[in-house]
Design a binder for this molecule. Sequence first.
Ligand code: GLU
Length: 495
Amino acid sequence: MAEEKVRVRFAPSPTGYLHIGGARTALYNRLLAGKKKGFFLLRIEDTDRSRYLPEALDDIMTGLKWLGLEWDEGPDVGGPVGPYQQSERIPLYQKYARQLVEEGKAYYCFCSPERLQALRQRQEAAKDPAGYGYDGHCRDLPEEEQEKYIAEGRKPVIRFKMPREGKVRVVDALRGEMIFDLQTLDDFVLLKSDGFPTYHLANVVDDHLMKITHVMRGDEWIASTPRHVLLYQAFGWEAPVFLHLPVLLSPDGKGKLSKRHGATSLREFREKGYLPEALNNFLLLLGWHPPDDRELFTLEEAMEVFSPERISTSPVAFSLDKLNWFNGVYIRKLTPEELAARVLPFLQKDGLLPEPCPPERFNYLVRIMPLVQERLKLLSEITEMAGYFLREEIPPPPRELLIPKKSTADQTRLLLIEAEKELAKVDDFSSETLETALRRLAASLGVKPGTFFMPLRVAVTGKTATPGLFETMAVIGKERVLRRIRAAAGILAGD
Ligand code: GLU
C-alpha cells in the first residue's frame, strides 16, 4: 500500500491580526508538508462570530503569502475537501452533533445563561477544584420535558456527555503520553444555541473530514486535546498525530510574549522592515534545532532538513537581537537591485520617491544601495539613512554639528569655501577624483583631514555618521554638493 501522504493544516481564527507565534505554527506545518511529501491546508476557523474581525482574514492570507508559505488547499484556491472556511460548513457540524445525540453520546441542554452564571459564581465561591464546569443538570432530562421546552421556543445547546469516571490518554508526539482525569472535564458544549459549533466540534469534524494526519499547533491548545481525543473516540474515528509547539516567551524569558514587549503581529514586523526570509529563518530556529550548529536556512533548505523530532518542548525566548541579526544578514545577501526594490515602498510611503517610481529614479536608488547595505538593519531605516541622497535640499545642519572641536565658525566657513572652489573645478565627480582633490587641498591648507572632512560631511548630508564621504559625494552629484556646501558656509557666516 502506498504510504499515506502527510496532510497538515494551519487553522487560524480571524479574531485578530496574524500573531508571530501563529506564523511559526504555519511555517512548521508548511515545512512538515514539505515540497512534495504532503499537503498544507489553510482552514479558517471563523465560527466565533462575537470575536470575528473582518479585516483579519485578509491580514492572515497576505501575511502567509508574504512569508512565502503557500497553501495547497484553502478558501481561495479550493481543494477536494472544501469549503475551507468553517462558516460555510455549519450544516455539517449540526449533523455530526445530532448524530452524537442520537447515539446517546451528547444531549440537549436548556439551561439559561442566568442559571449558568449563578452556577459559576457558586463554584467560584466554593473554590473546589473538582467542582468547576457544567453540573450536568440537563444530562438526563426526560424526553417529555425536552419537548415541552422546545415547544416553548427555548433554544438548546448540545453538550458532550463526558464519561463520569476514568481517564483519557493523550499522546503528544513530542511530549509522550499525558493522562487526564475525566472528572476534571465537564460536559462541554458542541453546538451553541444559534446552531454554530464550538471550536472543539468544528475542529475535530474538519480534521477528520479533511483527512489531517498531523495536528501541529501551539501548546495553549494542549488543554483542549483530551476533549478532542474523546470526540474522536465517540465518533469512532482515528485521531491524528498531535504535536504541540513550545510557548514563546518575552525576550527576557519572563512570561509569555505579549504586546508589552513590542511588535507581536506579523504585520508590525513587516511594516518595520523585516525581510520574510529573515523572519522565516528566525522562526525556524525558535523551537526547532538543526542537527548541527548551522544557522542560515532558506525556506527551500528548511524544507529539506526540517524534522518534527527536533522540535523542542521547552519554552523559547523571543530574542529581538537575534532577529535583527538575521535581518542584517539577509539584507547584505541582496543585490543592489533587489535591495532597492525592497526599500522602495518604504521611501514611497515617506514621500521620498514617487509612485510609480520612474526608471531613472530607481536606477539612482540602486546606486545608493552599496553605500547603506552594510549598516541597514531594518528596511524602514532607509529614509533616515539615505534621505539626503534622494532629497533635493536637506534641512540646514545646526552650527554646532558643522564646527569641529577645537575649531571656530570662521575657520570652518573658510574651509568650506575653499572646498567649494576646489570641487567646482572637478569635472569627473568620481569618488577617486574627489578623494585626491580634497586630500591635496587639506594638505595645502595645512589642516588635518578630520578637521576638514567632518564639516564637509555634515554640510553635504546633515549627519555626522554616513558612508564614505567621497562615495557619498559622488552619488549625490556635483550640483547638489556645491549647493549644500555653499548653504553651510552661509549658516556659519555673520559671527
Ligand atoms: N482556531 C484555532 C486557533 O486559532 C486552531 C487551533 C488548532 O490548531 O487546533 O489557533
